[in-house]
Ligand binder design. Structure first.
Ligand code: ASP
Ligand code: CP
Length: 311
């Protein structure tokens, strides 16, 4: 295993062998999970704290499940009922958790860079579970694992990431991971939702959905992140669906065996038609969630190997 860092704060900066090793380990956990077995001795005596300042269903639950399957003591801190409401700062909250000898700290925060800041203040290994519009590294890992399971590789695949790219940390982590692993990445959306840095990241930009999907192996749909928009960036949901919502007609432009992905949560009828989201052979959205548990087990395993304290 070649993972070089104490924390997992971003995909940017990781090299192909680091990513490939994490995916290989995650694949072995996917098999273990399907067999119904656990490996509860691996993180025995370790404490994992989930610290989520933003809402989550998949990420928080799967980190909890991943930690428990590996034998860690898992604590979910409910920020909405914590002393953050009494004015305690992010850093003071972190120092408090640090004093309890937390080993692995999983953080989601609305500010880009918050997990990185925390990683400088605590002894625990910090995992970024999504920070502002910056990155969501474990999402990119689970997406890559899902693609690899279906296509056998990442290199040379055409991956179209569609919708609200500008506000999406999922898009940013995926752009870094997939370009690093040799995929041809396209971003597809209205000009207001494509970030200026897209060209620097080595991806192709499309404003026409059918052109962007032509010949794609993978079609990844994203939610409109309205909570990060300062108004007026998209017309009505109905108009957005007409131009950028994935339906059977637009999907017909991609390869006949292309797969459809979505990190969730979905807004059906806005970025994706229900019939496509639930398509029995093309949609791999359920499998993405399953791979999320396996990838998070792999990340916890690797970071725990780097912790100094012996238990
Ligand atoms: N769940 C993902 C995230 O937290 C995507 C989304 O919310 O649309 O970034
Ligand atoms: N994909 C994702 O991060 O989902 P949650 O926001 O539900 O965790």
């Amino acid at each position: 295993m070649t993972y070089p860092r104490k924390h997992l704060l971003a995909i940017e900066g990781l090299e192909p062998p680091h990513i490939a090793d994490l995916l290989d380990l995650a694949e072995s956990y996917a098999l273990l999970n399907r067999s119904g077995k656990t490996q509860r001795d691996l993180l025995k005596g370790r404490t994992l704290i989930n610290l989520f300042f933003e809402d989550s269903t998949r990420t928080r639950t799967s980190f909890e499940l991943a930690g428990k399957r590996l034998g860690a003591d898992v604590i979910n801190m409910s920020v909405s009922t914590s002393s953050v409401n009494k004015g305690e700062t992010l850093l003071d909250t972190a120092s408090t958790l640090n004093a309890m000898h937390c080993d692995l700290l999983v953080v989601r925060h609305g500010q880009s860079g918050a997990p990185s800041l925390l990683s400088q203040k605590v002894d625990a290994a910090v995992i970024n579970a999504g920070d502002g519009t910056h990155e969501h590294p474990t999402q990119a890992l689970l997406d890559a694992l899902t693609i690899r399971r279906h296509k056998g590789r990442l290199e040379g695949l055409i991956v179209a990431i569609c919708g609200d790219i500008a506000h999406s940390r999922v898009a940013r982590s995926n752009m870094h991971l997939l370009t690093t692993m040799g995929s041809r990445v396209r971003v597809v959306g209205p000009p207001t939702l494509i970030p200026a840095e897209a060209a620097r990241l080595g991806v192709e930009v499309f404003h026409d959905m059918k052109a962007g999907l032509a010949g794609a192996d993978v079609v990844m749909m994203l939610r409109l992140q309205r909570e990060r928009m300062s108004g007026g960036m998209v017309p009505s949901a109905r108009e957005f669906f007409r131009f950028y919502g994935l339906n059977a007609e637009k999907l017909a432009c991609a390869k006949p065996d292309s797969i459809v992905m979505h990190p969730g949560p979905m807004n059906r009828g806005v970025e994706i038609d229900s019939a496509i989201a639930d398509h029995p052979t093309r949609s791999v959205i359920g499998e993405q969630v399953e791979m999320g548990v396996a990838c998070r087990m792999a990340v916890l395993d690797v970071l725990a190997r780097g912790l100094r304290r012996n238990v």
